[in-house]
Structures are given as C-alpha cells and as structure tokens.
Design a protein around this ligand. Sequence first.
Ligand SMILES: [Ca+2]
Ligand SMILES: [Ca+2]
Length: 206
Amino acid sequence: MKKKIVGIFVCMLLIMTILPMTALAGDEENPEVKDRTRDVKLFGLFTLFPQFPFTYVDIVSAWIYEEENNSKNLYMSLKLMDLKDTTQKYDAIYVISWMHKSIPYSAGVHIFPTGPTALYAGRWDEQDNDYVDFVICDGDIDSSTDIITWIIPKTAIGNPSKGSTITNLVPVTSLRYPDESVIPMWDLFKDLPWNAFLRNDYQILY
Ligand SMILES: [Ca+2]
Ligand SMILES: [Ca+2]
C-alpha cells in the first residue's frame, strides 16, 4: 500500500513537471501578455478618472496559438475589458505588433461608430510607421467574449517556421477622433503594455 501511494505521488510529480513544458500555446488562461486593467491613459501618459468610458479599449491580455490541422495560419487574440462592435464617437484602433527574425510585423483593426474595418496583418515599417505590405485576414470581433482574433496566413508574416520564436509581442489600443478636420489624427487615449504583468515570447509549434 505504501509503495502504491509513493508511486501515485511520483506520477503526480512527473505530471506536474511535464505539464508546464507542453503548455506552449497561449490561451485565455495562459496568455503571452497579461496587462493591468483600468489603465487607459491620456496620450498614453496621464492617468484618467473615471475609467469606465474607456473599458472597450482597455487591454486585458493577448495570446498566440496555432491549430495542428490548420497550420498555415497563426492565431492572435486580444482580450479587452468590454469590447464593443461599434464606438460612440471615436476611431478605436486595436493593434498587436511583434518581431520575428528581427523584422517587425503588425496586426490591426479599426472600430468606428459605423462598425469595424476588415482585420489586417503584415510586415511593418517602423520608420514610415506604416505597412510594407499587408493582407486582409479572417478572424472575429466578438463583443460577447470581448476578444478580437486575427487568423493570419503565415505567408504574410515572414513564414515563421516550426521552432522559431515570435518576440516583443506588444498589444496597443488607441482612441482618436475619426474626423480629420476636428483635431489632427492624434491618439488621445491609449492603453500600452509597458505596465503589463507578463510579457512572454511564443514558439511556433507547426
Ligand atoms: Ca489594460
Ligand atoms: Ca496597459
């Protein structure tokens, strides 16, 4: 009996040590980036009170995953506190950027009072602050789960191969006036990930 209990105990220890190693892909419970909440700031710098008008751009977390039987795509998800599929007056911008082999990439979507644009992703030029090239992606803007998911063809983002690493994962949200004649296209309110609890890399599985 004693041997059996020791055996079970050893098995449990083994399972506990193996599990974190195999849990490579991100999900809602194990995101690559976990941000603080109620931290949307004016110009990304100054704390705002109250926070409730900005919960739809308040980043909760971001994660990357893949599906074995659909390995041509990389999935990126961004969870907000209270995602809306239309805004009251602002242009809400949701972006995830990352590096792969020292080249920057970005996925984004705008949500306007009239609704969202297409989801897009591609190679990013940091100097020009614009896409070098991009593709329209499949994906989902789900206000019931507060999650935006980009389904990105790997061919559009440098064909990351199995075992290579996605680094510098940076989710950013911004609010600006959609009408250029009112105020130049400034980002008035932003949530940045510099105060995040967690920022991990992601290793390509397939
Ligand atoms: Ca946040
Ligand atoms: Ca933040």
